[in-house]
Design a protein around this ligand. Structure first.
Ligand code: PGA
Length: 256
């Protein structure tokens, strides 16, 4: 089965409206026809969502939220619901990012609740899973426990439409990514675990991308594992030139 590759830019708490407009203009111009070969997802801060969605018009670039509240209750000052993200025009939502776990104290059960709320609102979850600084040294043990918890209660059909970011906590905001062997071990385990639970058809459908200090100079090697369908970038995702180069390399390596 040929999976469409995927690239994700997570802007985190960066990018003003003016910077977001410039990014959309410059990235679309630079990426050109590459956008036919790959699913690109951009995750702006909430304040820039509407501006980015308007600026993208009929572009195939998809827009995702960075997080949602763990409830559909309206009395949640300062938070954002899955329904509001769907209303503004997001197709996807990132769930389980390490920074949300660390600073907003999400645990696996909370992420699982968010997965179901996102699905109910019609948003496609992009699930971030990886081993944390406090996890036991075995990647497999950490991932198994995490996947079991965050995907509890999901059907094969729901999982089939999801994307996964394999992101070891220590690689975020670091000077370089983990090694290609490490990426292969983590992403390979995720696909195998999904296969054991929902079968080969579902496992072969899901996109698994790597995230954590991704930069153009590392892209080629990180993509060498067949289980890795693309890359996600934080800092380098804010720069249209670097991000285009990452997208170009994903398309090149995955069409080889
Ligand atoms: P980084 O961020 O690329 O700046 O390391 C990655 C992430 O947190 O998704």
């Amino acid at each position: 089965m040929v999976r469409k590759p995927m690239a994700l830019a997570n802007w985190k708490m960066a990018m003003t409206i003016a910077e977001s407009w410039e990014w959309v203009r410059d990235f679309r111009a630079a990426a050109g026809d590459l956008l036919n070969e790959i699913d690109v997802v951009v995750c702006p801060p909430y304040t820039a969502l509407w501006a980015v969605i308007q600026a993208l018009g009929d572009s195939p670039i998809q827009v995702g939220g960075q997080n949602i509240a763990p409830t559909a209750e309206l009395s949640r000052t300062g938070e954002i619901s899955a329904a509001l993200l769907a209303d503004v025009g997001c197709q996807r939502v990132m769930l389980g990012h390490w920074e949300v776990r660390r600073y907003l104290h999400d645990d696996d059960e909370t992420v699982n609740r968010k997965v179901h709320l996102a699905l109910e609102a019609g948003l496609s979850p992009i699930l971030l899973v990886g081993e944390g600084r406090d996890d036991p040294p075995s990647i497999e043990t950490a991932l198994e426990k995490r996947l079991e918890a965050v995907l509890a209660g999901c059907t094969a059909e729901q999982v089939m439409g999801m994307a996964f970011i394999y992101e070891p906590e220590a690689a975020i905001g670091a000077t370089k990514p983990v090694t290609p062997d490490h990426v292969a071990a983590g992403s390979g385990f995720i696909r195998k675990w999904v296969q054991d639970h929902w079968g080969a058809n579902v496992a072969n459908s899901i996109r698994i991308i790597y995230g954590g200090s991704v930069a153009p100079e590392y892209a080629h090697d990180l993509l060498s594992c067949p289980d890795v369908d693309g890359l996600g970038a934080g800092r380098r995702g804010r720069d249209p030139e670097s991000f285009t180069e990452i997208v170009r390399q994903i398309v090149r390596v995955k069409s080889e």
